[in-house]
Design a binder for this molecule. Structure first.
Ligand code: ACO
Length: 380
């Protein structure tokens, strides 16, 4: 009897629950997202990324004193060991995500807590990796452009320091606030592919550096974190908003996908996209580039019939435009997503460790059985 007759096969683990969580809640039909019980709309409007890091890692919003303590730890974690800067120089020709993955992995050689998987040590490592990820991305971006990396600026918060270490200029407060909000919106999103990879890694009792390295690797794919970059390529290909209807028709007719649309869980507008849409519009006006926003609005309008069928704009549809308008090179877009997601991956790993079980599903075998073995000198 074929095994497929006996098992209930759920390809892609679609609609499969693998455990309980207290980190985030997603209602894909209502377009609702909560971090630790708080609505993403409240958090995006009122919290800094540092507050979200605290919320995800500790489970509660911080007091001013707790936030100041975390802020100090994040600032300490920004400085990269010189060997990591050297690793970045050696790998400078690779994609930003490959450099990020490699440098995070290499940081395990310099972390005094590396062999300690206790909650306290994992939390400390998560804070250090959150800070270090920003320095890795900016250090790489400058080295590959022939510039010297910059020292972190202790006067600046996480998002402003990221923009500063990239460009060498203290950012406009509105640019820093937008970057901060973007990190807040990307910080956590349930058991998506990269968080699943992080949890599978933790389920073997491997450490946080392994889990975050796995998370970065999985996020790189265009079906997951790569969409913001692809949206900018799509905008360039479209050229002007007049070309949008033809582009959409031809792409869909050819069996292609419109990037920045669709989501495994959301069957309505991604609540994170709602914020970024308004922000992108304002930023486009402020930077004197309303044409880019006009193209995206036209794509959104042309996709309305598909949104009614559940293929709606996702967070990456607008985040790419925001990064572009902030002057960030396109190939850094996924790395920015990864930087924001480090606290989410850390929270997932902490939760996995707290009640660990090896994540080990099954495949149903459909190949041959009991073939007669032929020695190599008798094979034709
Ligand atoms: N454009 C056109 N059609 C689409 C799109 C899209 N963006 N997304 C899904 N569809 C269609 C598929 O062609 C398929 O149609 P069919 O049933 O007629 O074959 C149907 O919707 C279901 O598609 P699946 O790939 O099975 O749906 P899934 O839930 O697995 O896909 C995914 C989710 C991978 C994100 C998909 O929507 C996609 O490829 N989107 C474009 C890339 C993108 O924007 N990724 C970012 C995701 S958000 C994030 O990671 C933060």
């Amino acid at each position: 009897m074929a095994e497929t007759e006996k098992v209930q096969l759920r390809r892609g683990l679609r609609d499969v629950y693998i455990d309980r969580t207290q980190i985030s809640f997603i209602d894909g039909k209502a377009g609702k997202l909560l971090y630790r019980g708080y609505n993403i709309h409240d958090l995006a409007e009122s919290c800094s990324f540092e507050e979200i890091v605290y919320l995800l890692l500790h489970g509660t919003l911080p007091t001013k004193v707790q936030l100041a303590e975390l802020d100090a730890l994040l600032k300490q974690g920004r400085k990269l060991p010189k060997e990591i800067v050297e690793t970045i120089r050696i790998t400078k020709n690779a994609h930003s995500m490959d450099v990020l993955r490699t440098a995070i992995s290499a940081l395990s050689a310099f972390d005094s807590d590396i062999t300690d998987n206790s909650p306290e040590a994992t939390l400390r490592k998560g804070i250090r990796l959150t800070a270090a990820a920003s320095s890795i991305v900016t250090t790489h971006a400058r080295i590959r452009d022939g510039k010297e990396p910059l020292e972190p600026n202790p006067e600046l918060g996480h998002a402003a320091n990221f923009l500063y270490m990239l460009s060498g200029e203290v950012p406009h407060p509105e640019d820093a606030a937008l970057m901060d909000k973007d990190f807040v919106l990307h910080a956590e999103h349930g058991i998506n592919a990269s968080s699943f990879a992080a949890r599978v890694t933790a389920s073997t009792n491997a450490d946080l550096h392994c889990a975050v390295t796995a998370g970065v690797a999985v996020l790189k794919g265009p079906a997951h974190g790569g969409a913001a970059e692809s949206v900018m390529h799509m905008v360039n290909e479209i050229g002007t908003s007049d070309n949008v209807p033809t582009y959409i028709r031809d792409t869909l007719k050819g069996g292609g996908r419109i990037v920045g649309f669709g989501h495994r869980v959301y069957k309505t507008t991604d609540p994170r996209a709602v914020h970024l849409r308004e922000d992108a519009k304002r930023l486009g006006e402020r930077k004197g580039q309303p044409d880019l926003i006009a193209i995206l609005e036209a794509v959104n309008e042309a996709m309305e019939p598909y949104c009614r069928k559940g293929i709606c704009q996702n967070v990456d549809f607008w985040s790419g435009a925001i990064y572009h308008l902030l002057g960030i090179p396109t190939d850094l877009f996924i790395s920015i997503f990864a930087m924001g997601r480090v606290p989410g991956w850390t929270a997932q790993v902490l939760e996995q460790f707290s009640n660990n079980i090896l994540l080990r599903p099954l495949l149903t075998y459909e190949g041959e059985h009991d073939l007669p073995f032929v020695p190599i000198d008798k094979r034709s």
